[in-house]
Write a new protein. Structure first.
Length: 288
């Protein structure tokens, strides 16, 4: 689970097939955060306090994407199953008019969710994330195949015990300007590295990744009237500015804001600016 005390107290919610840990802090209109692969709620540790202080209830789940601590062997972890997990989370907690903030793999899962059930969503913030034919982008395209080979995933995770390895492109080298503190990288990597049950969840999730899901979700973009903010890191080498421009052109109610001096994990590299953009966007598109 996320270890940062800035995220608020940890709670649990029972959903179909498993239990999800989440942090809950603040009061007001709800903001739900969706992280990506091999990170957890700690990704948002620098953003949540600022958004909560602006008058929002911030909920940051540890989604079962490899850095969770509550195994979910009964949960469908296909892309559509993961998308439905988000919808079920909103429904179980009776959250309405939600702002969903998503990053990386979580952005792809959010797009799939919006194509299936967006009744409780009021607006969406997508930071650099998978979409269209990039699910995953290079060099991560090999991961679904590697997840099918017995033992390979465990060996790869063990190799990341060596801190210099965390700057490799297949680790955090392409997604953050600087490696997060050791306690945070351990929060991300130790669950699937050290526990076979969590690694089994990660393997199931990886095996299901395929761009047919994001391409199918994109076919519904013309009908998506929800306000969407694309808060995009200009220097990202996996999801370049033209990728954001393509999303902005296809989403009928999208606003594109480019962010300097950041890679994919804007919440890590530029948390203050991202927080400001989220708060500004929610106020601009507040429900009367």
């Amino acid at each position: 689970m996320g270890i940062s005390t800035d995220l608020g107290p940890m709670r649990q919610v029972r959903l179909a097939g498993g239990t999800i840990n989440y942090h809950d802090t603040g009061a007001g209109a709800p903001v739900v955060f969706v992280h990506g692969l091999l990170v957890n709620a700690d990704l948002w540790r620098k953003v949540v306090p600022r958004v909560a202080a602006a008058g929002h209830r911030c909920l940051t789940p540890d989604w079962p994407f490899g850095s969770h601590t509550e195994p979910v062997p009964g949960v469908d972890l296909s892309p559509t199953g993961a998308a439905d997990l988000i919808s079920n989370f909103l429904r179980e907690l009776d959250l309405r008019d939600v702002t969903v903030v998503a990053n990386d793999t979580g952005g792809a899962i959010t797009q799939i969710m919006l194509s299936r059930d967006r009744d409780r969503v009021g607006r969406v913030v997508l930071t650099n994330c998978d979409a269209y034919e990039k699910f995953f982008p290079q060099p991560f395209t090999m991961l679904p195949t590697l997840a099918r080979i017995p033992g390979v995933l465990a060996v790869a995770l063990q190799s990341l015990r060596w801190r210099p390895a965390l700057r490799l492109p297949i680790a955090f080298g392409l997604v953050t300007k600087h490696t997060p503190p050791r306690e945070i990288t351990e929060s991300y990597l130790s669950p699937s590295r050290d526990r076979a049950d969590i690694r089994a969840d990660l393997r199931r999730f990886l095996r299901g990744i395929h761009h047919r899901y994001t391409l199918e979700a994109a076919r519904g973009f013309p009908d998506l009237e929800l306000p969407v903010l694309l808060a995009w890191a200009r220097e990202d080498r996996s999801f370049r500015p033209e990728f954001a421009e393509r999303l902005a052109a296809d989403l009928p109610n999208a606003t594109l804001r480019m962010i300097d001096d950041s890679l994919t994990f804007i919440a890590e590299d530029q948390p203050e600016l991202l927080s400001e953009l989220i708060v500004e966007f929610t106020r601009l598109h507040a429900t009367p």
